[in-house]
Ligand binder design. Structure first.
Ligand code: ATP
Ligand code: MG
Length: 836
C-alpha cells in the first residue's frame, strides 16, 4: 500500500464518508458550500472505487475545471494509489479528455487522428478572412460585425450544440430576416467550419462537439468507462453536460460535486441549471450535502455569507465551521491604489515577521477582479522585494499590449533599439513579413545604419536598397510616420499619456486588439492602465524636479563632475537595460537632510527618493551606491532626472519595473500569488487580500443586468471563501482609469451586507497570536497542549512592543520578536508532542 492510503477514509467526516462510499451504481450529486471538502471527497471516491470496488484506474474518468486542478488531483491520487494507477486514470478537463479519445478513435467519425488544434489566434485569422469576403454585404446592410463578436457567437452556439443550420433556422425566426446579423453569422459559421475541416483542424469548442459526436456515434468505446466524476459541476455548459451523460450511459456510474453559489462562468455559457437537469435525466439521484467548512475561520465564513445571502433567488444552505471565530474580516479604505498596494506589501511583511516566520510568502494571495489591477500590486511587492508570481497570466509589463506600446515609445526614444523595432515593425500587420524584415536588417547592416534609421531614410526618399519591392516604401510609411511624430512630440516634452494616445490612434491599436485578440476587454484595460501609469510617473518626475529646487542639493552635483553627466557617459538614449550594465561605475548619493525625510522616503514609494538609508542609520548621508542597481534605486534618483524628457524618464521607470533578475535565483522559494478570482476557483490560502472592492469593479462596470450583477456577487463570494485565516478587503477613494482620476465608492455588495450585519467587517488588523496558534495547531494536527501559555507569552510580547503602525518599516525589534516567536513555537510544539 501507499503512504496515506490506509487513513484516507479516516480523514473524512460522516457526511463525506457517506459520499465517498456511496453505492457507485447510484448517481450521486453533492451540493455543498466552499471549503466543505467536495474536491477531497471526489478524489477519495476515485481511490475508494479502485481500492474497495476493484475498478481498474482506466475505467474511471475524473473531470476537473482546469489543468492545474487536474495536476493537483493527480498528485493526491499518486500518493493514495501509486503513480502507476494514477497515470492510468482518465483525468483532466473535458477538453483534454475529449482530445485524448479523438486522437485514438477520431477515424470512426471521419476525423484523421493527426488533426491540429487551432488556437484563438488561428481562429481569428480564419474569421477575418471570411469577413473580408463578405465585406460588401455587411457594409450594404450597415452591420458592424467584428471577428471577435462572430467567434464568440459561434462559441456560444457550440456550447449548446447548435450547428450552422440550427443557427440559420434561429435567424430565420428573426423578424428582420433577410438582413439579420445572425443570418450572416450563421453563414460565416458554416464557412468557418468548412475552413477548419479543410485544414484538418479543430478549435477548442470542437474538441467537445466532436467528442460528443464520437461518443454518440460509437458508444461502445465508452463501455470501459465505469464511472465519471465531475468537479465544479455548476460551471459546466450544455455540451459538457451531454458529454457527461455519454460517459455515464454505459454503466450509470456518475458522481458530481458543485456549488450554485460559486457559479461564475455564466458569461461563458455555463448552465447552473445542469444541476436540476441531472435530477430528471438520472432517475434516483442520491443527493448528499456537506455542511462543515474546513477551510476558513468563523469570521471569514460569516462575512462571506453576509455577502452571498443578499441574493434573493438563492437557495439557502447551511455551512458551519468548528474553527474558532478568530479575527474579524478587515475592511480598509485608502485614498489611492498606490497606497492600497503598499499597505498590502507592508501587511504581508508584518504578518510574516509577527508569526516568527511560521507564515511564509506562499501563504499569501492577492485576488483581483481583472488583471489590469495587478500593476500596482506587482510594483509594491517588487519594491519591498517580496517574491511574487502572477498566476494564470503574465506580469503587467510582460503583457503583449503593454510591450507593444512600450516598443513604439522605445523606438521614438532610441531608434537603434533593435528588439523594439523587431517587435512592432509589423504590428499591426503592415505586410512586412519575416522575409522583408530580414532584408531590412541586411540592408541596414550594409549601410551601417539601424533598421529604423534605414526605414526613415527610405521614407525620406533615399533609394530603396536592391531587391526591395516598391510597395515596401508604402508599407513602412505609417510605421515611420508614427515613430517620428512621437519622437518630435517627445522632444517638446509632451506628456507620455498623450504620446500613448497618439500611437494608439495612429496605428489603430484599439481596432487591432478588438479584431485580433480574444480577450479584448482585459487587454484594453491594460492599455488604459499603462496610460494611467504614465500619468503617475509624470507626477513623480514633476515632484522630484521640484524637490531639487527645494533646497536639496542635486545628487549629481555632489558626486559627479559635470562632464560625467554628459550623454556619453550616461547615454540617456540607451535602453535602460543596457544602461544598467554599462553604468556600474557611476555613483549617486543621497545628500538630503536625512532626519526629516527618512520615514517617508522609505515608505511612500512614489516620491522618487533614493532608498539607501536604513532607518536607523543617521550617518548614511555620505554613502555611495552604484546607480546600476535598479532594485535599490528609485528611477527618479537617476542623475539628471530633471533634464530627462518625460519619455526617457517614463521608459526608464517602466523598464526598471520589469526587473525580474532577483526572481530567477529564488525560483523555488515560496511566493505571494497574484491572480484573478476566476483563476482562484477551488484554491485556498491562509491570508487573502481582495483590493478594489468598489462599485465598477464588484460589480464590474460592464455588468448591468440583474443576472450579471448576481454573478458578480458570487464572484466576490468565491474570492472571500479562498481565505483560511485572514481576509482583508480594501477599496480606494480614487482610482485612475485611462489616465483619469475617478471617484470611487465602496461596493454595493459590502454596503448592503454591512447594513444588515455591521459586525462582519472591522477596520482593525489581525492580531498575530491567532496566526501562530492556528498554524501550530495545523502543524500538529491538533491544538497545542499549552495553548494558553503560548498565547500569553506572545500577547505579552505584542503588548510590550509599541503598536506597529502600517507605515513603520520592520525594525530591529521585529527581528528580536521573530527570534522570540520562533523559539516559542518550537518549544510549544515540543511540549505538545511530549504531552500528546
Ligand atoms: P471549493 O468549493 O472552494 O472548491 P471544496 O468543497 O472543494 O471547496 P476542498 O478544497 O476539498 O473543498 O477542501 C477544503 C479544505 O478543507 C482543504 O484544505 C481540505 O484538505 C480540507 N478538508 C476537507 N475535508 C476535511 C476533513 N474531513 N478534515 C480535515 N480537513 C478537511
Ligand atoms: Mg473544490
Amino acid at each position: 500500500d501507499h503512504p496515506g492510503s490506509a487513513t484516507f477514509l479516516e480523514a473524512l467526516n460522516p457526511a463525506q464518508l457517506k459520499a465517498v462510499t456511496a453505492d457507485p451504481s447510484v448517481p450521486l450529486q453533492i451540493l455543498a458550500g466552499p471549503g466543505s471538502g467536495k474536491t477531497r471527497v471526489l478524489t477519495s471516491r476515485v481511490a475508494y472505487l479502485v481500492k474497495h470496488h476493484g475498478y481498474k484506474p482506466m475505467q474511471i474518468v475524473a473531470v476537473t475545471f482546469t489543468n492545474k486542478a487536474a495536476n493537483e488531483m493527480k498528485k493526491r491520487l499518486t500518493s493514495l494509489l501509486g503513480s502507476k494507477a494514477a497515470d492510468a486514470l482518465v483525468l483532466g478537463t473535458f477538453h483534454a479528455t475529449c482530445a485524448r479519445y479523438l486522437r485514438r478513435y477520431g477515424q470512426l467519425i471521419g476525423l484523421p487522428n493527426n488533426f491540429a488544434i487551432a488556437d484563438a489566434d488561428d481562429c481569428k485569422k480564419i474569421i477575418s478572412g471570411l469577413l473580408k469576403a463578405k465585406a460588401e454585404i455587411i457594409r450594404a446592410s450597415q452591420m458592424s460585425l467584428k471577428d471577435s463578436g462572430v467567434l464568440s457567437e459561434i462559441s456560444k452556439a457550440k456550447a449548446k450544440e447548435e450547428d450552422p443550420e440550427g443557427m440559420a433556422v434561429r435567424a430565420a425566426r428573426d423578424p428582420n430576416t433577410s438582413t439579420s446579423t445572425l443570418a450572416i453569422i450563421a453563414e460565416l459559421y458554416a464557412e468557418y467550419e468548412a475552413t477548419l475541416r479543410e485544414a484538418n483542424s479543430l478549435d477548442f469548442d470542437d474538441l467537445l462537439v466532436f467528442g460528443l459526436r464520437l461518443f454518440r456515434d460509437s458508444p461502445r468505446i465508452l463501455e470501459s468507462c465505469r464511472h465519471i466524476l465531475v468537479d465544479e459541476f455548476q460551471d459546466t455548459n450544455t455540451t459538457q453536460y451531454e458529454l457527461m451523460k455519454c460517459f455515464a450511459k454505459a454503466h450509470g456510474g456518475v458522481s458530481v460535486v458543485g456549488d450554485p453559489d460559486q457559479s461564475i462562468y455564466g458569461w461563458r455559457s455555463a448552465e447552473v441549471e445542469n444541476l436540476n437537469k441531472m435530477i430528471t435525466d438520472f432517475p434516483g439521484v442520491q443527493a448528499i450535502h456537506l455542511e462543515e467548512n474546513y477551510r476558513s475561520t468563523g469570521s471569514i465564513l460569516h462575512a462571506a455569507h453576509s455577502v452571498v445571502s443578499q441574493d434573493r433567488n438563492r437557495i439557502p444552505k447551511n455551512l458551519y465551521t468548528s474553527h474558532p471565530k478568530s479575527t474579524t474580516v478587515t475592511l480598509k479604505v485608502f485614498s489611492t491604489p498606490v497606497i492600497e498596494a503598499s499597505f498590502i506589501a507592508t501587511e504581508i511583511k508584518r504578518l510574516i515577521a509577527y508569526s516568527g516566520n511560521v507564515l511564509n510568502h506562499g501563504d499569501f494571495a492577492v485576488l483581483l477582479r481583472s488583471n489590469a489591477l495587478s500593476r500596482n500590486i506587482e510594483a509594491a511587492l517588487q519594491k519591498d522585494s517580496i517574491p511574487n508570481r502572477v498566476v494564470g497570466g503574465h506580469k503587467f509589463f510582460e503583457r503583449m499590449e503593454v510591450k507593444d506600446l512600450l516598443a513604439y515609445l522605445q523606438l521614438a526614444d532610441n531608434p537603434n533599439f533593435l528588439p523594439a523595432f523587431l517587435r512592432v515593425v509589423n504590428v499591426p500587420r503592415r505586410a512586412i513579413g519575416d522575409k522583408s524584415v530580414a532584408d531590412l536588417l541586411a540592408a541596414a547592416k550594409a549601410e551601417k545604419l539601424s533598421p529604423m534609421e534605414l526605414s526613415e531614410s527610405i521614407i525620406d526618399g533615399a533609394q530603396l536598397p536592391e531587391g526591395f519591392k516598391p510597395a515596401m516604401k508604402k508599407n513602412l510609411a505609417n510605421f515611420v510616420g508614427v515613430v517620428r511624430k512621437v519622437r518630435r512630440a517627445a522632444e517638446k516634452r509632451t506628456p507620455v499619456a498623450e504620446l500613448l494616445r497618439v500611437i494608439i490612434q495612429k496605428i489603430g491599436y484599439e481596432e487591432f486588439l478588438r479584431t485580433s485578440q480574444q480577450d479584448f476587454d482585459s487587454r484594453w484595460e491594460n492599455v488604459q492602465e499603462l496610460i494611467s501609469f504614465s500619468v503617475v510617473v509624470a507626477e513623480e518626475q514633476r515632484r522630484s524636479m521640484s524637490e531639487t529646487d527645494d533646497g536639496f542639493i542635486s545628487t549629481s552635483t555632489l558626486v559627479n563632475p559635470p562632464e560625467a553627466e554628459s550623454p556619453q557617459l550616461i547615454p540617456q538614449r540607451l535602453h535602460p537595460m543596457f544602461r544598467r550594465m554599462s553604468s556600474g561605475s557611476t555613483t549617486t548619493v543621497d545628500s538630503r537632510p536625512t532626519k526629516k525625510r527618512k520615514r517617508t522616503s522609505t515608505r511612500s514609494g512614489d516620491d522618487g527618493v533614493i532608498e539607501l538609508l536604513s532607518s536607523d542609520d543617521e550617518s548614511a548621508g555620505s554613502r555611495l551606491m552604484p546607480a546600476g542597481d535598479g532594485r535599490d534605486i528609485s528611477p527618479a534618483g537617476q542623475v539628471q532626472h530633471g533634464s530627462m524628457t518625460p519619455l526617457s524618464f517614463f521608459l526608464q521607470t517602466s523598464m526598471l519595473s520589469t526587473d525580474t533578475d532577483s526572481e530567477k535565483d529564488i525560483a523555488d522559494q515560496p511566493k505571494v500569488t497574484i491572480t484573478t478570482v476566476h483563476a482562484a476557483k477551488g484554491l485556498e490560502w491562509p491570508v487573502v487580500f481582495i483590493p478594489a472592492v468598489e462599485q465598477g469593479t464588484y460589480p464590474s462596470y460592464r455588468c448591468t443586468e440583474a443576472h450579471e450583477i448576481a454573478e458578480e456577487r458570487r464572484l466576490l463570494y468565491v474570492a472571500m471563501t479562498r481565505a483560511q485565516l485572514f481576509l482583508t478587503l480594501s477599496h480606494c477613494h480614487f482610482r485612475m482609469m485611462g489616465g483619469e482620476e475617478n471617484d470611487k465608492s465602496l461596493s454595493e455588495f459590502i454596503i448592503s451586507s454591512q447594513k444588515k450585519d455591521p459586525a462582519s467587517f472591522s477596520a482593525s488588523l489581525p492580531e498575530i497570536d491567532v496566526v501562530v496558534r492556528t498554524r501550530i495547531a495545523a502543524m500538529l494536527g491538533r491544538p497545542p497542549a499549552d495553548e494558553a501559555a503560548i498565547k500569553e507569552a506572545i500577547m505579552k510580547h505584542v503588548r510590550a512592543a509599541p503598536p506597529l503602525s502600517m507605515w513603520d518599516p520592520p525594525e530591529p525589534r521585529d527581528r528580536q520578536f521573530n527570534r522570540f516567536a520562533r523559539r516559542e513555537v518550537t518549544k510549544a510544539a515540543r511540549a505538545a508532542e511530549y504531552w500528546a
